[in-house]
Design a protein. Structure first.
Length: 441
């Protein structure tokens, strides 16, 4: 078995890490653009296919590098993944006896979200050996919250030599997870997903308190319910899962990507203009819409998506990141970039992860006036940025630097495009389709 997902434009770009995005200001943006399926949902949906044998079909799947990486991970575990059309992936999950139980370092270190195979493997096989996760470097993000929840459900763990080894029962007689009351010390999105996937095949009922409330958690729950799982409360801080003996394959369409939508919204704020972002939903990002509206943008929900406009210089606001439904930490690089050319001074506070101001030095290279201290950044808007060579440190900060070029005099060259490819499907082409001057070379 194997993966046939990592092919075409995305796979070829992955081998060309020396490429850069080159951005030149080109006036206001206009037209229509589509967001596609959510990266932060589809990766968990792909992991969920390991829960039962058969053919699973995922639709509205973005053609991004992280999907290719997750396809490699689950293929290593015995699944077969294949693109069927531009936005569809078919995943054939093997019988339990043929499921691999080890996710090795060379795969997991490429993407932190790979840790979500831990729950499905323990639930179905009673054993899992998963490398400690890698991915974007946002400071210390321990996996203890995952392990504590799974331990409450009967799993035992050993961590050594860079691997997490979990077991239910004994080596000769694998057991079954047991429902439990789990209180998360923090409403972690990924831990919530992992525990929900583990709980659907556990014996008895699992209650997860202080659960993450993101739309992507609801999307996973919807998919699992279509497979036969019994889940209540997804989208609230209390999720109740009644375990079942077995699940069946299902077809599911991935929820739209609210972070990609936010990227295009920020682009309009920086360059001006009017754009319709198809499939984007206000109810998935209400606090962000409030902040951007307070900065002077015009945002309206239409049947087909969001109408987003900006016709004058933005005004500064203060921003604090918080768990959903607060302002997501993924939105912060876009808001900081918008504040660099806004009228006034904005204070940005990071309450989720440390180390997420590392792109600020790159913005300073472009003439931004930003001072950071600990979890805070003070951004004093300037009339215009100055094009310069910069480097993307991670997915969202990299996209934000591309957007910064829309509000800069001269040429901006953004290196490290492999980071951006992890979460965006041909960002240069997408932005060019609404009037931006962005090329890849």
């Amino acid at each position: 078995m194997g993966s046939e997902v990592a092919h075409g434009a995305v796979a070829s770009r992955h081998t060309c890490s020396v490429e850069s995005f080159v951005v030149q200001p080109n006036g206001p943006l206009s037209g229509t653009i589509q967001v596609g399926g959510a990266k932060n949902s589809v990766l968990k949906l792909m992991a969920a296919t390991l829960l039962c044998e058969g053919r699973h079909v995922l639709e509205n799947v973005p053609n991004i590098l992280d999907v290719c990486v997750m396809a490699d991970v689950i293929s290593h575990l015995g699944a077969r993944t294949q693109r069927s059309g531009l936005r569809q992936i078919v995943i054939d999950s093997p019988a339990t006896k043929d499921v691999g139980t080890e996710a090795p370092y060379d795969l997991v270190e490429r993407m932190r979200a790979s840790i979500v195979v831990l729950g499905p493997l323990l639930a179905r096989c009673g054993f899992a050996r998963v490398s400690m996760p890698g991915g974007d470097d946002f400071g210390h993000r321990p996996v203890d919250i995952h392990l504590n929840g799974l331990s409450a459900m009967g799993a035992e763990f050993e961590t050594s030599h860079g691997y997490i080894e979990g077991r239910v029962g004994s080596a000769t007689s694998p057991g079954r997870l047991v429902g439990a009351n789990v209180v998360l010390e923090y409403p972690s999105h990924t831990a919530t997903d992992n525990l929900v996937m583990a709980a659907v095949l556990a014996k008895g009922t699992t209650v997860i308190e202080n659960a993450a409330r993101e739309p992507e958690v609801c999307d996973l729950a919807s998919y699992l319910r279509s497979m036969g799982a019994r889940i209540k409360g997804a989208g609230t801080s209390r999720i109740e899962v009644e375990g079942v003996d077995e699940l069946s394959p299902a077809t599911h369409s991935v929820v739209p990507d609210r972070v990609v939508a936010a990227t295009y919204m920020a682009g309009v704020g920086l360059a001006g203009g009017d754009v319709v972002i198809e499939d984007a939903r206000v109810d998935h990002m209400e606090m962000l819409v409030r902040k951007m509206s307070a900065m002077g943008m015009h945002i309206e929900q239409l049947p087909e998506g969001l109408s987003v406009g900006a016709d004058s210089r933005l005004s500064s606001v203060d921003v604090s990141t918080l768990p959903y439904p607060g302002v997501a930490t993924d939105y912060k690089p876009f808001l900081v970039t918008m504040l660099t050319v806004a009228d006034g001074v904005g204070i940005v506070t990071e309450n989720i992860f440390g180390g997420r101001f590392r792109y600020v030095d790159e913005l300073r290279r472009m003439g931004a006036d930003v001072r950071t201290e600990g979890h805070h950044a003070v951004v004093r808007g300037v009339s215009r940025l100055s094009g310069a060579p910069v480097r993307a440190p991670d997915i969202r900060a990299g996209a934000a630097l591309v957007l910064a070029g829309l509000a800069a005099e001269g040429e901006t060259e953004v290196a490290g495009v492999h980071h951006i490819d992890r979460g965006y499907e041909d960002l240069a082409r997408s932005l060019s389709s609404i009037g931006a001057h962005v090329t890849r070379r």
